[in-house]
Ligand binder design. Sequence first.
Ligand SMILES: Nc1ncnc2c1ncn2[C@@H]1O[C@H](COP(=O)(O)OP(=O)(O)OP(=O)(O)O)[C@@H](O)[C@H]1O
Ligand SMILES: [Mg+2]
Length: 311
Amino acid sequence: MTGSFQAAANPSIVQTQAARVQGRAHVLVIGNEKGGSGKSTTALHIAVALMGDGSRVATLDLDARQGTLGRYLENRTAYAARKGLDLPMPIHAAVPLSTLSDRMAAEADEKARFEAALGPALAAADFVIVDTPGSDTYLSRTAHVWADTLLTPLNDSFIDLDLLARIDPETLKIVRPSIYAEAVWKQRQLRAIQGGRPVDWVVMRNRLSSLAARNKRDMGTVIEALAKRIGFRVAAGLSERVIYKELFLSGLTLLDLKRGSGGPSLTLSHIAARQEVRDLVAALNLPPATAAAPEAAPVTEPATPARPPAG
Ligand SMILES: Nc1ncnc2c1ncn2[C@@H]1O[C@H](COP(=O)(O)OP(=O)(O)OP(=O)(O)O)[C@@H](O)[C@H]1O
Ligand SMILES: [Mg+2]
């Protein structure tokens, strides 16, 4: 046999950018099975940053029961109405878990729900940002297979790192990848089998201490080693700042503060924080928005993505 065989790309090889699949939005999934790592906060900040650059953004909330992202956006709508502001808003949909009791039927139901929400978003936006719950659900796994870029926010703590890898406490060597890393590996394989391009997996450190503490240094060392071992890139993270908690009630992000949208007055700390968000978006290295994108056509029927994410 001559030259017809081509080995499949190793899905765990570190990417530097996930190229845009022509004709549809780029899917950015924010995922980490660990709760409270900053997924919803990061999702909205990235959405507003991209909209600020003129991109059309859709957001999907797969944590509909908690509904943090949806509540954040409700607060944003109410704030804009109260203050007479024109704040950029993503096209938003929540995808609830199935209520069916049979597991197989529930999974089929959730897949159908996800694809029914994703289809119109893929057609109408340049970027679809999917916020996932801090737990392992079939819905979340389905979304991970669709991720062109996967962003995993990680609190700067060995407790949070434990979901990515078991670490030897004496030597800080990686003993083995653990549950979330294994889940991503499976989803990468599934995506490769289905003909999708390899995902660009980016891990960002969140709630970084301003102190040069030993924990921060050790986390940095271990994450860099882990990146090579399980195939992700590390993005500059976000510092621990109380402003992230304060902004929720107004639905604003740090990026809106610069637009003079009222809210908390801008301090030097906020300016530094805003720069961190911008650096994070730059580090994601997302493909440019579709050139000369036409006005989003009204979707009259669900453009259900019947096929897996080929591209
Ligand atoms: N950089 C930060 N500095 C300070 N607080 C932060 C930061 N990032 C997130 N938080 C706070 O941490 C908490 C958890 O954030 P968030 O809800 O975004 O996490 P999550 O990963 O979406 O959680 P869940 O897994 O429950 O969905 C919130 O109170 C949020 O305001
Ligand atoms: Mg959340």
